[in-house]
Design a protein around this ligand. Structure first.
Ligand code: 173
Length: 322
């Protein structure tokens, strides 16, 4: 194919590399267990890429937390140990503290991609994580506090609660003692009574059997869960336009489906929790309002403290004007 043509060297290289463009295979991991709620969107994304990208680009899915601990995924992506990852901001604060801010978005991704919020974050992902933020596959999915001891007011004094960075500042402000664990340790922590409760979104508590060890869910929910596809930037920059197009197409589909998909999932799991005997602790309107206000206030204070450089600016893009 690469006959020496009577062309300049640059042109000859161009002809050879396009003629020889090979199928590329990316190594992928998920920070969430395989075939559970927060890996499902990514697995669908992979299926789409592998169907659409035959002969162009493929994804080799190595697996979930059995392959790599969730809190190590950000660094593995940054250093190129993996090419593509499904993870959430709370798991990658060790390489980019600002990543946890996605939980505080009050605008859909379609708007953030227009108002500059996405671009602002994308620049930080490139700088600090050497990553491309390809698509948010989870949105419109509130977090809740789950408990095994009842409370009557938003006061967690004397309670030990399992957290990730998502909930740390809020639950501490409510008086809790906090213990950080990956999702894979929640079941045994509950079983052994190491914790009296945990933070988690409205969906997914059945995946790892936590409903067996959960008595109460506190309403209202707060924030909105984010789980996204990230690509190592060095890998991305080497891809051809055709290879990028396959990834972008699957990414756009996934991101545009997330909001409606989670509306349905949220309703389904809310009912399933009630059917499983999980009782709801509901605050009165005033307490519910102050609970949610405190969630956002402490959440933003935490982000701004972690990133004095970018926190306040991110808040302008993500928040609804109050
Ligand atoms: O609670 C968690 O482990 C967590 O931070 C999270 C984030 C997004 C989706 C699900 C859980």
């Amino acid at each position: 194919m690469c006959k020496k043509l009577a062309l300049g060297l640059a042109a000859a290289t161009l002809i050879c590399s396009s003629a020889l463009a090979q199928e590329v295979t990316l190594r992928a991991v998920s920070a969430f267990a395989e075939k559970t709620t927060y890996s499902r969107g990514f697995e669908k994304f992979i299926d789409r890429v592998n169907a659409d990208g035959k002969g162009v680009i493929q994804i080799n899915y190595i697996g979930g937390p059995k392959a790599m601990p969730p809190f190590e995924v950000g660094n593995a992506l940054k250093t190129g140990v993996v090419d593509i990852a499904n993870t959430t901001g709370a798991f990658t604060t060790n390489v980019m503290p600002e990543s946890d801010a996605w939980k505080l978005t009050e605008r859909p991704m379609s708007e953030l991609r227009k108002n500059g919020g996405y671009d602002y974050m994308a620049t930080i992902y490139a700088q600090k994580m050497n990553a491309i933020f390809l698509a948010r596959l989870v949105d419109n999915n509130p977090f809740h506090l789950y408990l095994n001891k009842p409370i009557t007011a938003p006061d967690l004094t004397g309670l030990k609660i399992r957290i990730t960075p998502v909930y740390r500042d809020f639950f501490q402000a409510l008086g809790a003692t906090v213990v950080q664990t990956p999702p894979g340790e929640v079941y045994t922590s509950l079983e052994r009574g190491v914790v009296d409760g945990y933070g988690w979104p409205i969906t997914g508590i059945f995946d790892l059997g936590w409903h067996e060890k959960t008595k109460y869910r506190v309403d209202p929910g707060f924030y909105t869960a984010e789980v996204s596809v990230l690509v190592n930037k060095t890998t991305w920059d080497k891809l051809s336009a055709a290879q990028k197009a396959v990834l972008n197409k699957a990414a756009q589909l996934g991101e545009s489906e997330a909001t409606a998909e989670f509306s349905a999932e949220n309703a389904k799991d809310t009912k399933r929790q009630a059917d499983a005997g999980i009782q709801t602790i509901k605050f009165d309107a005033a307490a519910a309002e102050s609970f949610r206000t405190k969630a956002y206030q402490t959440g933003w204070e935490g982000i701004i403290k972690q990133s004095p450089e970018h926190g306040a600016k991110i808040r302008e893009f993500f928040s609804k004007a109050k």
